[in-house]
Design a protein around this ligand. Structure first.
Ligand code: ADP
Ligand code: ADP
Length: 239
């Protein structure tokens, strides 16, 4: 079953100062299977974030359509979670409060009791390796740890689609390698595809893309188009 389908999606922006129209994304068609890990690579400005934002429902296509399980995406939803490079953690909240934040306000959290919420927070804090740091504040953590918090928060909200916009881009090379491996472990590298979440991950780094992805989508700019989709022959099932 196809989870996400982009059908001839285009997006143009009108530049506020000049009034010129930028064709940020031109005629992108893509079928993404359930449980697949997709990386999008390409030069700065080629429309990677715009594609991700449209799947998130934060931007609307100017033409074409995006469907999830056959239903058009018309706006943001708890079924799709986004993680950014700059963490977007709340500085006045502890690790556990940041991880639990969406559970107070997000759709799946509506039915959680305080105890269920705390158990869910505990589980995801442990999954990302932050047990013991629950009461710390973001400024007390390294960049890598902050990104672990952001990952735990993303997962705790229980989306079926993980949308990640250069989440490791600001980290040093060593931390990045560690988090790439952690991300695959947490995502379920060794699990059957049916149990995995669909993941879309933007990166500048082709090595990172080849390491993480089942398929790499290569974009080029002016206008932003898909130039190639590369199948990576990963021995996932054997890992
Ligand atoms: P990438 O993520 O590959 O760096 P983006 O999707 O951010 O590329 O941007 C693609 C193009 O669309 C760029 O030319 C950018 O300037 C333009 N763009 C993106 N968002 C907006 C916006 N909100 N308003 C105007 N132009 C935008
Ligand atoms: P509320 O504001 O609904 O009373 P709490 O004060 O219980 O919520 O918790 C605030 C946030 O911190 C919640 O997201 C909760 O899940 C989390 N949290 C609080 N205490 C714990 C704990 N002991 N273990 C794990 N998570 C906790």
């Amino acid at each position: 079953t196809t989870k996400l389908r982009l059908r001839s999606v285009s997006k143009s922006f009108i530049q506020p100062r000049t009034g010129h129209t930028t064709l940020a994304v031109a005629d992108v068609s893509l079928d993404i299977a359930s449980g697949e890990f997709i990386c999008i690579v390409g030069p700065s400005g080629c429309g990677k974030s715009t594609v991700l934002n449209m799947i998130a429902g934060l931007d609307t296509p100017s033409a074409g359509a995006i469907e999830k399980d056959g239903v058009a995406i018309t706006g943001p939803g708890a079924d799709r979670g986004v993680m950014f490079q700059d963490y977007a953690l709340m500085p006045w909240q502890t690790v556990q409060e940041n991880v639990g934040f969406g559970l107070h306000h997000g759709t799946p959290g509506k039915g959680f009791t305080t105890q269920q919420r705390q158990e869910r927070v505990r589980h995801f804090v442990e999954l990302v390796g932050l047990t013991g740091s629950e009461k710390k504040y973001p400024h007390q953590l390294s960049g890598g740890m902050r990104q672990r918090v952001a990952l735990a928060r993303l997962l705790a909200n229980g989306p079926d689609v993980l949308l990640m916009d250069e989440p490791l881009g600001a980290l040093d090379a060593q931390t990045r390698l560690v988090l790439q491996q952690e991300l695959l472990r947490i995502w379920g590298q060794t699990a059957p595809r049916a149990q995995r979440k669909t993941a879309i991950f933007i990166t500048h780094d082709i090595e990172e893309a080849v390491f993480l992805a089942d398929r790499v989508v290569v974009m080029s700019s002016h206008p932003g188009r898909v130039r190639a989709v590369i199948d990576i022959d990963l021995p996932r099932e054997r890992n």
